[in-house]
Design a protein around this ligand. Structure first.
Ligand code: PMT
Length: 400
């Protein structure tokens, strides 16, 4: 039997420290043993007892008075197959770059001969400061794997780069580095539609919906991490493209249809997560419609039907496993079953929308509606849901 891997999880003092709990759980779910070392500042954000409860192991933040081990930094370093520091503050990045060992965590890092990974988190100005960027580069040059921070709204109120990368993304990197990443989609081609479509009324107005693309992009990221060759056909979104995934950018349903038509024949798995506008304005006015002068035209916009992308492609499917979504405000499962038939799909992911659910959120609750029955998946983060959906798809393929 393969020996269980140990990750030493270093937690430093910033607001993102609570996300280390999720990282820890995801690593444990993947069968990895996790030991935690904290800076003293980190303990002000999350108590060591939280991590002790999760790991059932002693959590240390100081050389002195916390246990019987006289050389804890050396022993922690020896135990690790990989040392992950997440979140890693700008201060700890600087110490690591300089080889400063003034606390248990940085001392363990200096003593560690296993691969070291850092996932920085900081205010945008601290993160982008030339000193921090130089420290990151120094660490990279030294072979430390740096998992770039994400962009977005930061806890301090600023907006920009500095948010800790998604826990699932961090864990995927760790598992890959440890050689325990799931490679169960190796050799498979996956196409995924994602995000909304926008249907122009005139050069300044359009019809669209609230899809953020998070669901489609999470699926793409998870499939790529599991070894698949992934293409996203994406409506306009603000989500970063996952590493190693091809993105074909479109705006309208017609463009999404044409791009999907090109990708579908080569795909083994086709997932239709996009929220496609069923209708578009029949004519796009060449000039801006004026509120007063064109009031009648604005009030009487005629609509034309868009192609049903999934139904059209799935009707001619050969080797493809076809997965659709059903976004419903009521009778969720019943409507999803109808879509399973109508779209010639192998699986429908049903979700309830409205009242702030599903669209644009970081998490969701779904039902997997297949030919053999329905499975409920309770609310969880979209990157986690993505892996559950992929597990289900592989299970369906194995039975066919
Ligand atoms: O992007 P997020 O913010 O993460 O939000 C996720 C989501 C709510 C968009 C996603 O979970 C979801 O439900 N996507 C499908 C939304 C939708 O359009 O559902 P529908 O029930 O109207 O369509 C059924 C299926 O047909 C879907 O797979 C859809 O992609 C597909 N479709 C619909 C119309 C059309 N003209 N062509 C299609 O291919």
């Amino acid at each position: 039997m393969e020996q269980q891997k140990t990750v030493l999880l270093g937690v430093t003092g910033c607001i993102a420290a609570y996300k280390a709990c999720e990282i820890l759980r995801l690593l444990q779910k993947a069968g990895v043993r996790v030991r935690v070392v904290m800076t003293e500042a980190a303990t002000k954000f999350v108590g060591p007892s939280t991590f002790e409860g999760l790991t059932h192991e002693r959590v240390l933040s100081s050389f002195f008075g916390e246990g019987d081990d006289p050389i804890p930094h050396i022993n922690l370093a020896h135990e690790a197959d990989l040392f992950l520091i997440a979140p890693c503050t700008a201060n700890t990045l600087a110490k690591l770059a300089m080889g400063v060992a003034d606390n248990l965590l940085t001392s363990a890092a200096l003593a560690c001969t296993a691969p070291v990974m850092v996932a920085p988190a900081a205010n945008v100005n601290m993160y982008c400061h030339p000193a921090t960027q130089a420290n990151i580069q120094t660490l990279r040059d030294r072979g430390v794997k740096v998992i770039e921070a994400d962009s977005g709204y930061l806890a301090c109120g600023d907006e920009g780069k500095g948010r800790l990368a998604e826990p699932q993304e961090i864990v995927d990197e760790v598992l890959r580095q440890l050689g325990v990443a799931k490679g169960d989609m190796q050799g498979m081609k996956v196409m995924i539609t994602a995000g909304p479509t926008i249907e122009p009324i005139d050069p300044v107005r359009y019809i669209t919906n609230f899809s953020s693309g998070k669901t489609g992009y999470s699926l793409a990221n998870a499939a790529a991490r599991r070894g698949a060759d992934v293409t996203i056909v994406s409506g306009p979104v603000a989500v970063d493209a996952p590493v190693g995934v091809k993105v074909v950018r479109v705006q309208t349903a017609q463009q999404m249809f044409e791009a999907s038509e090109r990708e579908f024949p080569n795909a083994d798995i086709a997932i239709f997560a996009a929220a496609v506008a069923d209708m578009r304005p029949a004519d796009c006015a060449p000039n801006k419609l004026k509120k007063r002068l064109d009031a009648e035209a604005l009030k009487a916009i005629k609509l034309a039907e868009n192609p049903d992308i999934i139904a059209s492609l799935a009707s001619g499917k050969t080797k493809q496993t076809v997965v659709g979504f059903a976004a419903e405000t009521q009778d969720v499962i019943e409507n999803a079953r109808i879509k399973l038939e109508a779209k010639n799909a192998d699986l429908i992911i049903a979700n309830q929308v409205g009242n702030g659910r599903a669209f644009g959120t970081d998490g969701n609750e779904i039902w997997l509606v297949g030919k053999e029955g329905t499975e409920h998946v309770p609310f969880m983060m979209k990157p986690e849901l993505a892996n559950i959906v992929l597990d289900k798809i592989l299970q369906i393929r194995a039975c066919n």
